[in-house]
Write a protein that binds this ligand. Structure first.
Ligand code: EPZ
Length: 421
């Protein structure tokens, strides 16, 4: 298992290109199952999760070609030769569950392994199943798989989610595109990745209104065509790297950065003393003073502060002047980076869904372990600002969501290298 070695090296200066969004690509790819026409995605990120989704779609009979060094995904699913999404793939990546809605809508049946939990929480899929049943599917849970049938096709329905779920909204939107009649999703997720999915589905001939609001209306159509669609910028990769000059000092420009994708996050950066300026090519970030100030953070569904940036923000606040309180309201176990940051000299007290961080002048390098995708990059950020050397192990977590992290940070002056082992 590879590790990443980082030596604190002062301010960072330079340019970082931001890739296409992992979490948009992971819902755009299953959309190919909805149509016999070719679906081509450009600006695709080069990540292990994308390779996992590719393997899954190919196992169902879809053709997926990775072109231009992985930045273009040319897909088509003339005939779905296999309607079972196998446990061995689904357990590795929960987003695999997003093939349920498209398969059910296209083929009238689907057998999909339940994804099981993951490090950050139990992450049930009951809202996905509720939506499929509301659209007329018969579901049976057997031996860890969901057996879904809709032999006469799906029928539009009004679906009121009890709370916001990104994945359940995505599964329901995709399934409803081919249902008979009208579907209305209430308390739908508003994430930019869903807006991107709807824009792609609309190019494929879907009739959808309301994306980006909490009510999405879908008029079912008989069939969808192919399309070509650019994956939206990754707001979580963007926010993650924006914290590098914030924690180290210096000034970095982020190519492709869009302030509308990270507005709640930028409000917190501003309150902490970090300025964000829009440029022709994206966003430019630098600290206003020598040390950032403590701020309180509560994670919420979009447009609130994203849970996927909580771990990274905690790394910054470990070096802030003052005491910050972070409240994680989306997942029940998303503070696993805290014990690792403590090893670097941070002062953090976790009680349930709340972490209280007392900032310190300097963190110290240490051997630490990545526990999940966003925790791993939180440790990299802390290491950039720490005195001495940090070794982050189990970086396979990192490779799921960040392409070439050592190149991107190294280009701005960070002393960071991958150690195979
Ligand atoms: C998506 O996960 C993202 N993943 C996550 O990013 C992100 O943290 C999350 O949305 C919230 O923004 C992808 O897009 C591939 P949810 P998802 O359904 O769809 C509970 C990353 O780091 N819930 O909005 O699984 C659930 O347990 C990943 O890139 C149910 O109880 O998230 C959680 O507590 C991590 N029943 C909350 O709702 C359900 O049926 C929000 O989950 C579904 C969800």
């Amino acid at each position: 298992m590879d590790s990443i070695l980082v030596r604190g090296n002062g301010p960072l200066n330079g340019v970082i290109p931001i890739a296409g969004a992992k979490n948009a690509c992971l819902t755009l790819m299953p959309a190919t199952l909805l149509s016999e026409g070719p679906l081509t995605l450009t600006n695709a990120p080069r990540l292990s999760d994308i390779r996992t989704m590719t393997t899954l779609l190919q196992s169902l009979g879809a053709e997926v070609s990775s072109l231009q060094d992985g930045k273009v995904l040319a897909m088509s699913s003339h005939n779905l030769s296999n309607l079972t999404a196998d446990y061995d793939i689904v357990r590795k990546m929960r987003a695999s569950f997003l093939v349920l809605g498209p398969m059910l809508a296209r083929a009238g049946q689907a057998v999909v392994s339940l994804p099981g939990g993951c490090a950050i929480g139990a992450r049930p899929v009951d809202l996905h199943l509720m939506a499929m049943e509301a659209l007329g599917a018969d579901l049976e849970l057997r031996e860890g798989y969901v057996h879904a049938k809709a032999p006469k096709g799906l029928t539009g329905a009004v679906i009121e989610f009890p709370f916001v779920s990104v994945g359940a909204t995505e599964n329901a939107v995709m399934a409803a595109t081919l249902a008979k009649g009208t579907t209305v999703l209430r308390r739908a997720a508003r994430e930019p990745e869903i807006v991107d999915l709807v824009r792609c589905l609309r190019k494929m001939g879907a009739q959808i209104e309301g994306e980006g609001t909490d009510t999405i209306t879908i008029e079912g159509v008989d069939r969808l065509t192919g399309a070509t669609h650019p994956v939206v910028t990754d707001r979580i990769e963007l926010g993650t790297y924006m914290l590098a000059p914030a924690i180290c000092g210096g000034e970095v420009e982020f190519l492709g950065g869009r302030i509308d994708l990270v507005s709640a996050f930028c409000e917190k950066l501003d309150a902490a003393g970090v300025s964000v300026e829009e440029t022709e090519r994206g966003l430019k970030v630098k600290r206003r003073n020598g040390r950032v100030s403590a701020v309180d953070v509560v994670t919420e569904p979009f447009p609130g502060f994203p849970t996927d940036l909580q771990a990274q923000m905690m790394a910054l606040l470990c070096t802030a002047e003052g005491v910050s309180v972070l409240e994680e309201k989306i997942f029940e176990n998303r503070f696993m980076h805290a014990p690792e940051l403590l090893r670097m000299g941070a002062r953090i007290e976790v009680h349930g869904g709340q972490a209280t961080v007392t900032g310190v002048e300097k963190l110290r390098g240490a051997r630490v372990m990545a526990t999940d995708l966003r925790a791993s990059v939180s440790l990299i950020l802390a290491a950039l600002a720490a005195e001495g050397e940090t070794v982050v192990s189990r970086v396979y977590h990192l490779d799921r969501g960040y392409e070439r992290v050592e190149e991107k940070l190294g280009a701005c002056g960070a002393l960071i290298e991958r150690v195979s082992g």
